[in-house]
Design a protein around this ligand. Structure first.
Ligand code: IMP
Ligand code: MG
Length: 175
């Protein structure tokens, strides 16, 4: 089946939004504390690389990767780390940077695990906040864009590992 990609958010719009979002993030933290920015692989890798350079303050970076097993509905209980953090987050401000929060199951799992490590604060920044299908009470403090429905690819987001390298974000449909 052929895929049709319809432009949704341009590279220019993303760059502009990252600039203001980065400023908003920097302003919301006390400059004197330690801030750890966590990239949720793989989808957030491009967004992460761009947004951390717009947060004008000292930060630490680390990476996690989640894998879900079992049901396609991805219940939190079926999720595990396939790559854990390498640095301690105890007593630090922590900002989790994710591509999309959709049902909220993966973020809910991640927040539970991270909370047990006693961070000073724990917040979420997501490129896309897809609120319509939310099943878990997960609040995205810093959202790049909001989306109600549809499947999108590009700028890190994939369909079966394809299209991550695209500059902009596209709505994917099959024809
Ligand atoms: P959930 O919040 O646990 O349902 O899962 C969110 C994850 O599903 C995201 O981190 C993405 O990796 C993936 N995802 C959800 N919607 C889309 C989409 O429209 N395009 C690409 N990946 C998506
Ligand atoms: Mg993801």
């Amino acid at each position: 089946m052929a895929h049709k990609l319809k432009p949704f958010i341009t590279a220019e719009q993303i760059a502009e939004r990252n600039q203001s979002l980065g400023r908003e993030i920097a302003a919301s933290y006390d400059g004197g504390t330690q801030l750890v920015c966590i990239c949720v692989l793989k989808g957030a890798f491009l967004f992460f690389a761009d947004i951390i350079r717009k947060i004008d303050r000292e930060i630490e970076v680390d990476f996690v990767r989640l894998a879900s097993y079992g049901s396609a509905t991805s219940r939190s209980e079926d999720i595990v780390f396939s790559k854990d953090l390498e640095i301690s987050i105890e007593g630090k401000d922590v900002l989790v940077i994710e591509d999309i929060v959709d049902t909220g199951h993966s973020m809910d799992f991640l927040l539970h695990v991270l909370r047990r490590r006693n961070p000073k604060s724990l917040k979420i920044c997501a490129l896309i906040d897809k609120q319509e299908r939310r099943q878990k009470d997960v609040h995205v403090e810093f959202a790049g864009f909001k989306l109600n429905e549809g499947f999108i690819v590009g700028y890190g987001l994939d369909y079966d590992e394809r299209y991550r390298e695209l500059d902009g974000i596209y709505e994917l449909s099959t024809e």
